[in-house]
Design a protein around this ligand. Structure first.
Ligand code: GLY
Length: 577
């Protein structure tokens, strides 16, 4: 797979990292099952001062450009976010939404929610046909989009916590769109597999003459450059009002969508308090609802903390404990969480240590507990290439930003805004379009997450910052992959804290996933020793092997600086100075 790593020397005037070495136990070499395709012992990218990691090297380099010009981690993260909209258009976006968790070196924290909202004309049953059957309109086409939040959210973060102007931080993105960049193998493969894009206007850019762009092609996006320029000059008004907004609404009207100029004009990001929890002496700062990420991760880790030790990574007791914790946390996630501006959410209870103790008592040491009998059709659901993307940024002062952003499925709804050059999300599918029926990730969700106008659809995005016992940033981590975001992100944390892996090994370790329903334990092919698979089956676990689970991007503090690792199962870039 295509990939990239750069470390450039520190330039004059850029502060060197003065952070103390992290307070963690010495690292120990990881041991993975024989034949696992990502052997342990690989190295991470190291930089003494600052680091950015994402699924696109040009986007990570955009962040480093801003850091070298004296910007802080928030300036750099916003530069990276806009650059991803150009260089990783399957998930990087201005037509979608996301979440950003910030921890400044002075101790201030923030959780910015710029999730899309349901349009004002949305109705609870808008995706059911005349016979009450769920259609695919929440996934493909104009009706699938929520009102985009990305531009408003990034601008808000910059204004509150950045030091530079939007015009300045957007320059690398505008340049990438105007002058182009070289399509790498990861993007080429994503374009090749994006059947949905072929159905709409974006095909003219990504399938010129009917053929997908191939690796090595220079991709220039003049329409997107104009849109970004409008945002750089006018701020969010350049997107939510004026010709870009008019183009978006015209596109909606052409294809039977329902987003109006009023929807766009009234979109507002929300600033929330991060969920602050502890795990074995470390502090986690995680995203609260409207994402389920922070609650579900906290609940899972609280359950796992009730074991003094989880046992060896990859052993039967380890799989059993971790899967049982996820299964219980997802049962709560799927039934009790929703947009807190619309429904009551029992945050205190779900994140409390005493509740975790109670859940632990429901776990047998020897048997899997069935979530419930699961309809065979649910088990057989096709899985989308799930796409979202996460990026992590740190600077020399110790400011840290974890951001996850998404169009939902790869390339969103497939709908491309003519003349403005960007894709729209299909985030409406993250609602329970028909409570009790699975969505495209197989998640079976309830009334709390039913569609209402102006409501945010529940997310699994989990941008997370972990602090060591001295309250200094240790890890900046998050992932793409629908519900597997929660399990993938928390496993990198477990690998670092419980299994004392270095970051490269923590990212390469085989992963597992359980989301309550379908009631199966997803494992990575080649990642579980045959004897462990046999014992798990004997305990009652229904194993579901997949080639690859989750797309994580992470940074970890090490003595003398930072290590960055992009997802070894996908493409990306770690860049620092
Ligand atoms: N669209 C994936 C998520 O928000 O969970």
């Amino acid at each position: 797979m295509g990939a990239g790593v750069t470390v450039t020397p520190s330039v004059g005037g850029t502060a060197r990292a003065t952070l103390a070495a992290p307070r963690i136990a010495p690292r120990v070499p990881a041991r993975f099952p024989e034949g696992w395709r990502l052997p342990s012992g690989a190295s991470a990218t190291f930089a003494p001062n600052a680091m950015a990691v994402s699924n696109s090297l040009p986007a990570s380099e955009a962040a480093v450009e801003i850091l070298k010009r004296g910007g802080n981690a928030v300036d750099a993260a916003v530069a990276l976010g806009f650059a991803l909209a150009v260089s990783w258009p399957e998930a990087g976006n201005i037509g979608g939404g996301g979440y950003m968790v910030i921890r400044l070196a002075d101790g201030r924290t923030a959780a910015i929610d710029y999730r899309e909202v349901a349009p004002l004309a949305a109705t609870r049953d808008m995706y059911l046909d005349a016979n009450g059957k769920l259609t695919d309109k929440s996934i493909v086409g104009h009706l699938a989009s929520g009102v985009p939040g990305a531009v408003a959210g990034m601008a808000h973060a910059l204004e509150r916590y950045g030091t530079m102007s939007l015009r300045d931080v957007m320059q690398p993105a505008i340049r990438l769109a105007r002058e182009g960049f070289v399509v790498d193998t990861g993007l080429a493969s994503s374009i090749r597999n994006s059947e949905r894009v072929r159905q709409f206007e974006g095909a003219s850019v990504f399938f010129p003459n009917g053929q997908p762009l191939v690796a090595g092609t220079r991709l220039v996006q003049p329409d997107l450059a104009r849109t970004l320029q409008a945002i750089a000059e006018r701020g969010p008004a350049g997107f939510y009002r004026g010709w870009v907004a008019d183009s978006l609404v015209a596109e909606m009207q052409r294809g039977g969508g329902i987003i109006t100029t009023q929807d766009l004009a009234q979109y507002t990001p929300r600033e929330r308090r991060p969920i602050r929890s502890s795990y074995r002496g470390f502090t986690l700062l995680a995203m609260p609802p409207s994402s389920s990420g922070g609650v579900t991760m906290t609940e899972s880790l609280n359950i796992l903390e009730t074991w003094p030790s989880l046992g060896a990574h990859g052993s039967t007791p380890w799989y059993h404990a971790v899967a049982s914790a996820y299964q219980r946390a997802f049962i709560d996630r799927n039934s009790k969480l929703g947009d807190p501006d619309f429904v009551p959410v029992p945050l205190e209870q779900l994140t409390s240590k005493s509740y975790a103790q109670a859940l632990r008592r429901t776990i047998s040491e020897t048997r899997a507990t069935p979530t419930r009998d699961v309809d065979a059709t649910m088990q057989a659901l096709p899985r989308e290439p799930m796409n979202t993307t996460h990026y992590s940024v740190v600077d020399a002062a110790g400011n840290a930003v974890a951001t996850t952003t998404t169009l939902n499925g790869s390339w969103g709804s497939g709908v491309w805004v003519r003349g403005a050059g960007f894709f729209l999300n299909n985030e409406m599918d993250d609602f329970a379009a028909q409570p009790g029926m699975p969505n495209m990730f197989g998640l079976v969700q309830g009334e709390q997450n039913a569609i209402q106008p102006g409501k945010r659809m529940l997310s699994a995005m989990s941008p997370t910052i972990v602090l060591d016992s001295a309250q200094q940033v240790l890890l900046v981590v998050g992932a793409a992959g629908g519900p597997t975001i929660i399990t993938g992100t928390s496993q990198v944390i477990l690998n670092v804290i419980d299994h004392r892996m270095n970051l490269a090994d923590a990212m390469r370790a085989p992963r597992l996933h359980h989301q309550a329903l379908p009631d199966s334990l997803t494992i990575e092919i080649g990642g579980v020793a045959p004897a462990v698979q046999d014992s798990l089956r004997a305990m009652g676990w229904a194993l579901r092997p997949l080639r690859s689970l989750v797309n994580v991007n992470a940074i970890m503090r090490v003595p003398g600086g930072w290590e960055g690792v992009y997802e070894p199962r996908r493409t990306g870039g770690a860049s620092g100075h």
